[in-house]
Design a protein around this ligand. Structure first.
Ligand code: THU
Length: 131
């Protein structure tokens, strides 16, 4: 955890937050993830007149991760309009789990926490192989 440049990651999240399309909630969100090969992938929320179709910022981040050659998320920061760290919604914790797993570290409002604490007893790929 100590080797992660949280300030840089938070700045990247705040920068992409400025690109958010959030005309309905007026709650722009930015997400930035450090990949195990050193890349930083980012995303912003993209809302829709069909409210339920909204794409969270983390969706864009994961899309860039996979489109850019995959890799594992090592650290993730999600920010609000103030640039402050927020907790990802439940669905997005699941997205981060798939591509980062238990050891991926999330910057929470209370400081960095591993995903094993943010999403305890998570449902993951290994569960599919047990039955
Ligand atoms: N939002 C995200 O982008 N990520 C989250 O983890 C929480 C919520 C977005 C969805 C919607 O556009 C707005 O924040 C308000 O819910």
């Amino acid at each position: 955890m100590s080797t992660i440049d949280w300030s840089h990651l938070q700045e990247r999240a705040a920068a992409v937050m400025q690109q958010a399309y959030a005309p309905y909630s007026h709650f722009p969100v930015g997400a930035a993830g450090l990949v195990d090969d050193g890349r930083v992938v980012t995303g912003c929320n993209v809302e829709n007149a069909g409210y339920g179709v909204t794409l969270c910022a983390e969706c864009g981040m994961v899309s860039e991760l996979v489109a850019g050659g995959r890799g594992r998320l090592v650290a993730v920061v999600v920010v609000d309009a103030r640039g402050e760290a927020i907790m990802p919604c439940g669905r997005c914790r699941q997205l981060i789990w798939e591509h980062g797993g238990a050891d991926c570290v999330l910057l929470t409002p209370e400081g960095p926490l591993p995903m094993r604490e943010v999403l305890p007893q998570a449902f993951g790929p290994e569960a599919l192989g047990k039955v």
